[in-house]
Design a protein around this ligand. Structure first.
Ligand code: CA
Ligand code: CA
Ligand code: CA
Length: 683
């Protein structure tokens, strides 16, 4: 055969994907199961060269059927395809329209792929997208047996770039068939003053205002990065779903806003941000504002251990929850997978933060999303809602748990209906909720009903588990109880070192409470309007002994004394407070809500007194006078003096607080009209 009769096909260099081409067989058949081919061209090769391919015996060609298909890639590889392929076995692809707008993110046009003959078996056709930043197409389509065509949608990707009209090529191929391609024109819809986005977007949004006209999706293995000071305005009914990685890191004063496109939005005007990722690089929202959504941020991972961080952000005026974190059955969220830190979450129509776990049948779930250092206020239901749920329709003969074991710490939770509301639900058979959070160092203030409300359901086969650690919280001026809890507590139930003052009730069990599983100790329960202890055994609140400070206490070292707050609305402690050093070391956090060390003698409440009160303990005498320091035990101070408030001179070092009050003798200030002293904490 004369090879010059067959011009080799060209290779489209924009395709970095296998191409199927036909080559004539040249030369002989030196062995029954192999051929020698002359390749006219691979990329960058203009001279013909020989290659050898092995033909399986079952697919050997007859000498006179010389057409054979090779798969050729740009790297120069080749594969022999099933023998017997004819040149008329070519695919074709056409579009309903060849010009689309980037705004058409759903079904911009319909593509038809087919062959020129009817298939006896279904054929899977691979669809290759030259540029997924412009359009999205399915990965494949199947032409059914008995047909010769199949159709699929081409969706535009609506970017926010001023990128004019451009083209994108879609190629289809299938084993045994000649590939085909077709090109679409895509028109721009963006102007410098009005940029729209939507669809399966990824890449980068530079600082601008963007109008979200259709749902935004960040697909698995994709990353969308949004620059500081950008604003995304969502049309009604739209939202953003992230299955990959979203990076929205603003700055103080250069926040990124996710808001409604309506001029006068109301709670729920758009859908919010939904995060389904798992196994992707960490999604980060920092210094963002999310307002008027349904649920502002919903983390509902598709598999265990997502990676999600929300910090320094404001989430408000949502019609459901400000932030929801859901561990569905078979999903585990362990620390530090999901963290909510230093946000303002307020005026949402349901919960500020909703942590949820769900068990179904013999499966389990666990949710340890952490809620730390947030300001959570004026939400219409709970500031923080903890829900360990179990299916009512499918249980398990062995115990299966949905466990909520979040750390809820260092938050200010005020003006909500409930401060923290937690419930462990009993499901069918032995499927149960298990409420095991650590609630510590929070200021829980002025909530309409209870500051902390915790309960667990009871059933025939099992009892839901209730064993939270409620430690070192300051719970003040709530309209219901400071702490209200159910009575079916699990071993490990613990309420220690809390300041529970000036609520309507103090610590309230929902029915007569046998405290056998409970550690309820070292709390200051004082001045609650109707009662300090409700449904508790009689010893609680009966001040029959004294604690370390000499303050009257009950046998569990609970006291009932004015905590001496620093101010009317300042709930830190004065150094002379009876709550100083009156806590238990049992489960006390090592630092207080502001990160100050609690050393060996934790105070009651969310604040640890660190700076001492200085008083003069004696009048001037020879050889000096006594200065007293009042603070917590264990700290060490140096004492400095000045006469001009510019130069401070160290007078004494290593003054160790071996008691609440320690005196030191200082030399008198001779030759000076006044001298001032201060104490500085030594590391
Ligand atoms: Ca554009
Ligand atoms: Ca656009
Ligand atoms: Ca202390």
């Amino acid at each position: 055969m004369n090879t010059n009769e067959h011009e080799p096909p060209t290779i489209d260099k924009e395709f970095n994907s296998p191409r199927m081409v036909f080559f004539p067989i040249v030369g002989d058949r030196p062995k029954p199961n192999s051929f020698t081919f002359l390749l006219h061209m691979l990329e960058h090769r203009s001279r013909p060269r020989k290659a050898r391919a092995i033909v399986p015996p079952s697919e050997q060609l007859r000498p006179r059927r010389m057409g054979v298909a090779l798969r050729v890639c740009l790297a120069g590889c080749l594969t022999l395809l099933p023998v017997g392929v004819k040149a008329d076995n070519a695919l074709f692809i056409t579009f309903g329209t060849n010009v689309i707008s980037e705004a058409q993110v759903i079904g911009a046009t319909r593509a038809t792929v087919g062959i020129n003959a009817t298939l006896t078996n279904a054929l899977t056709v691979t669809i290759r997208n030259q540029d997924p930043t412009q359009v999205s197409v399915p990965a494949s389509v199947s032409i059914p047996a008995g047909s010769n065509t199949a159709a699929f949608n081409v969706d535009a990707v609506n970017n926010g770039d001023l990128d004019g009209t451009r083209s994108v090529t879609i190629m289809v191929d299938a084993d045994g068939f000649v590939a085909a391609s077709a090109t679409l024109q895509i028109t721009d819809d963006d102007t410098p003053t009005h940029r729209t986005i939507g669809g399966r977007l990824f890449g980068h949004l530079s600082t601008n205002t963007y109008w979200v006209t259709a749902n935004l999706t960040v697909e698995t293995n994709r990353t969308l990065t949004i620059d500081p000071l950008s604003t995304l305005l969502f049309a009604s009914g739209t939202g953003l779903t992230n299955a990959g990685t979203l990076l929205a890191a603003g700055n103080l004063g250069a926040e990124i806003r996710f808001a409604s496109a309506l001029p006068n939005p109301t709670n729920g005007s758009w859908e919010g941000l939904t995060f389904t990722s798992s196994g992707a690089a960490q999604t980060v929202l920092d210094h963002v504002e999310i307002a008027f959504a349904q649920t502002g941020v919903l983390v509902v991972p598709s598999a265990s251990q997502p990676s999600f961080l929300l910090t320094n952000s404001a989430i408000h005026h949502c019609s459901l929850d400000g932030v929801g974190v859901h561990a569905d059955h078979l999903i585990t969220i362990d620390f530090p997978a999901v963290q909510l830190v230093s946000n303002q979450i307020y005026q949402n129509s349901r919960h500020g933060v909703n942590i949820y776990a769900y068990v179904y049948g013999c499966e389990l779930s666990r949710n340890s999303a952490s809620v730390v250092g947030n300001d959570i206020f004026q939400n219409l239901s709970a500031g923080v809602h903890l829900n360990a749920d179990a299916s009512r329709s499918s249980g398990c003969p062995a115990i299966r748990r949905s466990r909520v074991s979040s750390l809820v710490a260092n938050n200010s939770i005020h003006g909500n209906k409930y401060g923290i509301y937690g419930y462990a639900r009993k499901g069918l058979l032995k499927s149960i909720g298990s409420l095991y959070p650590t609630i510590q160092n929070n200021l829980i203030l002025n909530n309409t009903l209870d500051g902390v409300w915790l309960d667990a359901g009871v059933g025939t086969h099992a009892v839901a588990e209730l064993y939270p650690s409620v430690v070192n919280n300051t719970i003040v001026r709530n309209g219901g109880a400071g702490i209200l809890h159910g009575t079916n507590t699990t071993i490990g139930f613990l309420i220690e070192n809390n300041l529970v003052v000036e609520n309507n009730y103090g610590i309230l069990a929902s029915a007569v409470f046998a405290d056998s599983n409970a550690a309820v100790a070292c709390n200051d329960v004082w001045a609650n309007a109707l009662s300090n202890w409700i449904n508790y055994p009689s010893g609680y609140g009966a001040l029959t002994t004294n604690n370390l400070n000499g303050t009257p206490a009950d046998p569990k070292m609970n006291i009932s004394a004015d905590p001496l707050f620093a101010g009317l609305e300042d709930f830190r402690l004065q150094p002379t407070s009876p709550a100083v050093d009156a806590g238990s070391t049992n489960r006390a956090p090592t630092t207080d809500s502001k990160g100050q060390n609690r050393v060996m003698f934790p105070d009651i409440g969310y604040d640890e007194v660190v700076q001492p009160l200085l008083t003069i303990a004696s009048s001037l005498d020879s050889p000096g006078f006594q200065l007293s320091l009042t603070s917590g035990r264990g700290y060490q101070y140096s004492i400095e003096s000045t006469t001009d408030f510019q130069t401070w001179v160290t007078v004494v070092t290593n003054v160790t607080m071996t008691n609440r009050t320690v005196s030191v003798r200082l030399p008198s200030a001779s030759g000076e009209r006044c001298r001032f002293y201060r104490a500085t904490l030594q590391p």
